[in-house]
Write a protein that binds this ligand. Structure first.
Ligand code: BGC
Length: 454
């Protein structure tokens, strides 16, 4: 791969350079992220902080004693999932899980609240009827958007992200919206007991198997992290005893002015931001997550086409087609480590027939964009790890990070670059990345179960 990159046209090299991050730049990302985290936790700074550091009211992790059956919902990625989770003792087989995925049409993702919540509850009703469940069950709701939680079952939606935009829900308690939708149907008997973010759900579901898991990380359609923070460090909350999981909402990092990403954001990031559903928001997320990487690549390719470096004989309008390059396509393109014939046929299938030289450029662009994404994600994680290590006053910290998201799981290099970056930037932390096998919905069920135990 290196030799191919070395022979690229200088104009292409120039563009790719704008995606290269020096170690100093990554260290700056860590410093700024840590300042934002501090601000987000403070009483005074919380309003200005772009990293909101939201209390989750999750104060402990699973202890293996969870019992009973729970319905869990998982909303926030590309699909909506309904689960039936049953926790039993290890001798009885531990956890049992049945789940079903449903799609959410774009007009529902960007329509009115009543439509969205009725659609969700409709899917739940279908699922329960398929499973022949009629008894009243407690429900845990994984809702992967920033919410101001007042308790486990009160969560005011702050704003939408990713591909969702249902304006009349903003400022409302989403648990209440779900309860009202359940009541609108006379045939459902469910008790909504807890709402969690997907990062929290992932941390909890991994912690069920690995007690060292104290961080949850998502790198999928969006990106975010949560971690266990000592109560005494959460200035904006009363009480000094014990710990609480903080949903960082790090995707919003960079949208503030004080500790920004301004030195790193390039012209292509700006274009992707302008073209997005929520311009000016979620800057860090737009440089890292699956919903946006394909669009960055597309903008770079368009620029190279305009400069005459690539795709001679292909109409520019073809390359302007929305979402022509998906992050999934990048994974496929980057998986070709041989003669690039796979890349050639992928591009042909997209209606972009070209020679091997163009394939070299396209692959180099994809590699540059995904490498930067993984490095930035690694820098964010290093900021969290170093904060936790310093708070504990230890020189060496061993910890597990529970991870979920298709970019992490399916991209050929992302997870390795992320791990290498963390190793370099948080050298005193020994990190075990534990890929979550279950949906973060299981974590919501675990949180729901914790409300029964106490
Ligand atoms: C949301 C987070 C979520 C993340 C990953 C972001 O857009 O704001 O709440 O955890 O996506 O799904």
């Amino acid at each position: 791969m290196t030799s191919r990159v070395a022979t690229l046209n200088p104009k292409v090299e120039q563009v790719l350079k704008s995606f290269k991050l020096s170690r100093e730049e990554l260290m700056l990302v860590i410093r700024n992220m840590r300042k934002e985290m501090e601000m987000g936790l403070s009483r005074k700074g919380q309003k200005e902080a772009s990293v909101r550091m939201l209390p989750t009211f999750v104060r402990s992790r699973p202890n293996g004693k969870e019992q009973g059956s729970f319905v869990a919902l998982d909303l926030g990625g590309t699909n909506f999932r309904v689960l039936l989770v049953t926790f039993c003792s290890q001798t009885e087989g531990g956890m049992k899980l049945v789940n079903q995925t449903y799609s959410i049409p774009q007009e529902v993702m960007q329509g009115r609240g009543i439509q969205l919540f009725d659609h969700i509850v409709d899917c739940v009703a279908k699922f329960l009827s398929n499973q022949n469940i009629t008894e009243r069950l407690p429900l845990g709701f994984t809702f992967s958007f920033p919410c101001n939680q007042i308790s486990l079952d009160q969560a005011i939606l702050l704003n939408w992200t990713k591909g969702f935009n249902v304006p009349d829900c903003v400022g409302k308690d989403v648990v209440q919206l779900l309860r009202e939708a359940i009541q609108r149907r006379k045939d459902l008997d469910l008790e909504v007991v807890a709402l969690t973010n997907d990062t929290v759900g992932t941390m909890m579901s991994v912690a069920y198997q690995d007690l060292k898991c104290e961080i949850g990380l998502i790198v999928g359609t969006g990106t975010n992290a949560c971690y266990m923070e000592q109560m005494k460090n959460i200035e904006k909350l009363d009480g000094d005893l014990g710990e609480m999981c903080i949903n960082m909402e790090w995707g919003a990092f960079g949208q503030g002015e004080q500790y920004s990403l301004a030195k790193i954001v390039n012209e292509f990031d700006k274009l992707v931001d302008q073209q997005s559903l929520h311009p000016g928001k979620q800057i860090f997320e737009k440089m890292i997550s699956g919903k946006f990487l394909g669009a960055i690549v597309q903008n770079v390719l368009l620029n190279l086409k305009e400069k005459g470096c690539i795709f001679q004989g292909i109409q520019t309008s073809k390359l302007k087609q929305q979402d022509i390059i998906k992050t999934k396509t990048m994974s496929q393109i980057e998986s070709d480590s041989g003669d690039l014939l796979d890349v050639k046929s992928i591009l042909e299938d997209l209606g972009l027939p070209c020679g091997i030289e163009d394939c070299t450029v396209v692959q180099a662009v994809c590699l540059a964009v995904s490498q930067r994404a993984a490095q930035l994600c690694g820098a964010g994680l290093a900021a969290v790890l170093e904060r936790m290590r310093e708070n504990r006053g230890v020189d060496h910290m061993k910890i597990t990070v529970g991870v979920d998201g298709t970019l992490y799981k399916s991209h050929p290099h992302f997870s390795q670059i992320l791990k290498d970056t963390v190793k370099d930037l948080a050298a005193k932390c020994e990190v075990h990345f534990h890929q979550s096998k279950d949906s973060s919905g299981v974590g919501a069920a675990l949180v729901a179960a914790s409300t029964r135990a106490s």
